[in-house]
Design a protein around this ligand. Structure first.
Ligand SMILES: O=C(O)C(=O)C[C@]1(C(=O)O)C=C[C@@H](O)C=C1
Length: 102
């Protein structure tokens, strides 16, 4: 399929529109996830529970890797993405717990 430069620019604009919509959805989903984990952090700090739960993380990674394979997404990437988010959540949990001690 060969496109004229104008057609290629038009297609690029259309594809970038889809990317922008998906990036917006990702940001909104992440914001909602962090609102929920904020509540989890407060609950854990109040109950004296540890910030991180390695068993839960292992189960989440296994579940997301399987979902990624089904969805034709690289499972290594899915694991890295989840681990990146969870690391940030644990940092927030630790900050919440430290504030409660003050
Ligand atoms: O489920 C929990 O216990 C959480 O604190 C949430 C969460 C997550 O972001 O999914 C974060 C840290 C834990 O190690 C495991 C999972």
């Amino acid at each position: 399929m060969s496109l004229t430069p104008d057609e290629a620019r038009q297609e690029l604009r259309r594809l970038r529109g889809s990317i922008d919509n998906m990036d917006s959805a990702l940001v909104h989903l992440l914001a909602e996830r962090f609102k929920v984990t904020q509540r989890v952090g407060e609950l854990k700090a109040t109950a004296g529970l540890p910030a991180a739960d390695p068993e839960r993380e292992a189960a989440q990674i296994a579940r997301l890797r399987a979902l990624a394979v089904e969805a034709d997404l690289d499972p290594e990437f899915a694991e890295k993405f989840l681990t990146f988010i969870v690391r940030e959540v644990v940092r927030h949990h630790e900050q919440i717990a430290a504030k409660q001690v003050d």
